[in-house]
Design a protein around this ligand. Structure first.
Ligand SMILES: *[C@@H]1O[C@H](CO)[C@@H](O)[C@H](O)[C@H]1NC(C)=O
Length: 407
C-alpha cells in the first residue's frame, strides 16, 4: 500500500480517477460542447472566425440537446444557372472530412472529443482549408461533398469562398437532405451554381443482403438474410443547357477490406442503382453521374497502391450496371497510375504519407455514356500533403470538365 502510494506520487497519479469519473468527464465535455481555451485574439482570421460562430454565441452552450437536422432541398420555382462559362460544366467530388462547426446532429459531437477537430479553432482552420482546396479545384460549378454537418455549415463554406477566394456572391447555393447516419451525424450534400430542376430527394429503401452473386463471404449459406439501405445519399436533377442529368451523391459504408462491410456496401450500391433505374424508367433520356466516397476500389481501375486494392465487393460493378451502356469511371482517363488516389491510408501507422500502397482510390465519379462523350478533362487534385494532425481533409478531391455547348 505504502509502496503503491509512493509510486503514485512519483508518477503524479495521486488522483487516479475511477473509470466512472473518467466517463463523466467525457460526458461533461460533451454536454458543454467545447473546451473554451480558444485564443481568439491570436487568430489570423479574427473577423471571419467570429463570423463563423455568430449564431452559436462565444461562451454559450453550442449543443444543449441533440438537434434535428435541417434540409435545404427545395428547388427554386425558377432554377437559376450562375456558371461563369456557359459552354462548360465543371463537377467536383470531395470528402471534406468532418466539415462540422456547430457540434453536429448525431451521437458524436464535433468539434469535440471524438472527431479530428477537438475545438472550434481547429474546426475553423479546417473549413478555411476546405475553401482553399475548393479554390485549387477551380471552384467547380457543382461540388458533391461527403462528411458534411448540414446546410448551415455549407452556407459558412460558401461565405468563406466569397469573402476570401473571390467566388461571385450568391453564385453558390447549398443543397442537402438529411440522412440516417445517427451515430456520426454526417451528411452528404452539395454546393452548386446550378439549381436543381426539382426538389433534391433521397432514398430510404432497403434491400435484402447478401445480394445475389455476393462473394464477400461473411454470411454463411443458409443463414437468415438481413435488410439494409443507404444512410447517406441524395439525388438531384439538373438541366445544363440541353443536358439533363441525375446526380446521385453518396457516402458508402467504410472499410473496403472487411467482409461484413462488403455485404452492406453491396446492398447500399443495389439500393442506389435501383433508384437510378427507377428514375431512368420515367426519364429515359437523362444522363447520370454517381459520385462520392464509395469506400471501395474499382475492379476495373488499378490505383496507385496496385493489386493490393483489388475490391472484395461488387459495389462498383453494381453501380456501373445501373445504366446501359454501363457508367464510366473517370479515373480510367488518368493515365499515370501513381496519381490514381484520393485518400491516404496510413497502412503502417507511422503518421507519414509513405505514398505507394498508402495512396488509395476510394472516391469516384461515374458518368453515363452521354457525359463520357462530353468529357473534356478530369483529374484528382493533390494540392496538399497528408500527415497526422493536419487540418486538411484525409481525402483529395476529383474534378471534371464537360463540354455542354448546345447543338
Ligand atoms: C506520374 O506521377 C508521379 C507522381 O506525381 C510522377 O513522379 C511521375 O513523373 C509521373 N510519371 C509520368 C510518366 O508522368
Amino acid at each position: 500500500m505504502r509502496l503503491l502510494s509512493l509510486l503514485a506520487v512519483a508518477t503524479g497519479l495521486c488522483l487516479l480517477p475511477s473509470p466512472g469519473a473518467l466517463l463523466s468527464q467525457v460526458e461533461a465535455r460533451r454536454s458543454t460542447g467545447f473546451p473554451q481555451q480558444v485564443a481568439l485574439d491570436t487568430s489570423p482570421d479574427q473577423v471571419e472566425f467570429d463570423d463563423l460562430f455568430e449564431t452559436a454565441g462565444r461562451h454559450g452552450t453550442i449543443r444543449p440537446k441533440r438537434p434535428i437536422p435541417r434540409a435545404c432541398a427545395a428547388a427554386p420555382a425558377e432554377p437559376g444557372d450562375r456558371r461563369s462559362n456557359v459552354n462548360e460544366l465543371t463537377i467536383g467530388n470531395f470528402n471534406a472530412e468532418w466539415l462540422f462547426l456547430f457540434g453536429g446532429t448525431g451521437g458524436m459531437v464535433c468539434p469535440g472529443f471524438g472527431c479530428p477537430w477537438k475545438n472550434r479553432k481547429m474546426a475553423a482552420e479546417h473549413i478555411f482549408k476546405v475553401a482553399e482546396t475548393i479554390t485549387a479545384m477551380g471552384q467547380p460549378d457543382i461540388i458533391h461533398m461527403s462528411e458534411v454537418e448540414g446546410c448551415e455549415t455549407l452556407g459558412k463554406l460558401i461565405q468563406i469562398l466569397e469573402v476570401k477566394h473571390g467566388a461571385v456572391p450568391g453564385a453558390y447555393k447549398p443543397y442537402l437532405i438529411p440522412g440516417r447516419d445517427t451515430a456520426l451525424g454526417q451528411q452528404v450534400g452539395l454546393i452548386t451554381k446550378v439549381d436543381p430542376q426539382q426538389d433534391v430527394f433521397r432514398t430510404d429503401d432497403r434491400t435484402i443482403y447478401p445480394v445475389a452473386g455476393s462473394r464477400c463471404g461473411y454470411t454463411r449459406p443458409g443463414a437468415p438474410s438481413r435488410l439494409t439501405g443507404s444512410t447517406k445519399n441524395y439525388f438531384a436533377v439538373f438541366k445544363v443547357n440541353d443536358v439533363r442529368m441525375l446526380v446521385a451523391g453518396t457516402h458508402m459504408i467504410a472499410y473496403p477490406d472487411k467482409p461484413e462491410r462488403c455485404e452492406k456496401r453491396e446492398a447500399q450500391a443495389t439500393v442506389l442503382a435501383d433508384t437510378i433505374r427507377a428514375h431512368l424508367a420515367e426519364n429515359p433520356s437523362d444522363q447520370v453521374i454517381v459520385l462520392g466516397d464509395f469506400n471501395d476500389y474499382d475492379d476495373e481501375v488499378l490505383d496507385a497502391a496496385g493489386v493490393i486494392d483489388t475490391p472484395i465487393s461488387q459495389a462498383l460493378a453494381l453501380l456501373r450496371g445501373s445504366t446501359s451502356p454501363p457508367l464510366f469511371n473517370l479515373a480510367k482517363t488518368w493515365l499515370n497510375q501513381t496519381e490514381r488516389y484520393t485518400n491516404w491510408y496510413d497502412r503502417n501507422g507511422d503518421c507519414k504519407d509513405g505514398g505507394g500502397d498508402e495512396h488509395v482510390l476510394i472516391d469516384h465519379v461515374l458518368v453515363s455514356d452521354g457525359l463520357k462523350n462530353r468529357l473534356v478533362s478530369s483529374a484528382p487534385i493533390h494540392s496538399y500533403n497528408e500527415f497526422c494532425g493536419t487540418t486538411d481533409s484525409d481525402h483529395w478531391p476529383i474534378v471534371a470538365k464537360f463540354d455542354v455547348k448546345r447543338g
